[in-house]
Design a binder for this molecule. Structure first.
Ligand code: ADP
Ligand code: MG
Ligand code: MG
Length: 258
């Protein structure tokens, strides 16, 4: 059994509109999966539903982590079990440095693991982990002492996200690459972070509408996502076909297009 198994997942908005219409997907450690689909096809809805965002209603299906259905668990409980969503942090947080942001993220995880009791990471241990992760991911030292997202470029924001991922050591990382504002530098940061971190302890699901990112990440599995469904799955070569033929070639007869 794969670490993450999504079975017949249907996700609706609070008004009942169904956006994700029956997704089956298995992601294991050591695997890089890419979900690619046009704007508005429901990719982000899938990502939010995986993380337990309260605005997205799972109307049918299962999300199994290590065989345990997590559909009824809160976002923090899912994170506790090793699921990580690279959230967008669009706002600068005045007075919060990258270092203190990362420390709070780790302490929140430790607290949950400790039955809700505070269990702050020892300062020395945190510093050692942070320096190791920054070295590993080639993050410039000076970034750690800057205020979170204060004047950050797209690439710098992504560096912090990937750094957070490295520090939290999730087992399955879900990266939802938004459709705007990602420059090539940011794409490279995400790609090299995923390439570095995916291994025996972690698998990744990269959601994107950019074919370009796949020039830097070679996914083991590519899934074409149209109108709330995976309509084709294959290896890296599927991304090439997508590039050549566009999404139209994958839209099944009878399904309304964009
Ligand atoms: P993608 O990430 O593939 O571009 P989304 O999941 O963001 O697609 O959106 C799929 C559809 O669901 C779109 O029509 C979008 O407007 C709608 N949608 C998603 N989230 C919400 C929301 N919170 N409120 C209203 N509509 C939403
Ligand atoms: Mg179905
Ligand atoms: Mg999206």
């Amino acid at each position: 059994m794969a670490l993450l198994e999504i079975k017949n997942l249907h996700v609706a908005l609070e008004d009942g509109t169904e956006i994700v219409k029956g997704v089956d997907l298995a992601v294991d450690t050591n695997e890089k999966h890419a979900i690619m689909g046009p704007n508005g096809s429901g990719k982000s809805t899938l990502a939010y539903a995986l993380m337990g965002h309260p605005s997205y209603v799972i109307s049918e299906g299962e999300i199994l982590l290590d065989g345990e259905d997590v559909v009824d668990l809160e976002a923090d409980e899912r994170a506790q079990r090793g699921l990580f969503l690279a959230f967008q942090y669009p706002h600068a947080i005045p007075g919060v440095t990258v270092t203190s942001f990362l420390r709070s993220a780790i302490n929140a995880k430790r607290k949950a693991a400790n039955g809700g009791e505070d269990d702050p990471v020892p300062v020395k241990e945190f510093r050692a982990d942070l320096l190791a992760a920054m070295g590993h991911l080639k993050v410039p030292r000076e970034l750690a002492s800057r205020y979170l997202n204060d004047g950050f470029s797209g690439g710098e924001k992504k560096r912090v996200e990937i750094l957070q991922m490295a520090m939290l050591k999730p087992r399955i990382a879900v990266l939802d690459e938004t459709d705007s504002g990602l420059d090539i530098d940011a794409l490279k940061v995400v790609a090299s972070g995923v390439n570095e971190l995916v291994g025996p302890d972690m698998g990744a699901l990269v959601i994107t509408h950019y074919q370009r990112i796949l020039n830097y990440i070679t996914p083991d599995h590519v899934h074409v996502f149209v109108d709330g469904r995976i309509v084709a799955s294959g290896g890296a070569e599927l991304a090439q076909r997508l590039e050549a033929e566009g999404y139209e070639a994958f839209i099944p007869a009878g399904v309304g297009g964009e």
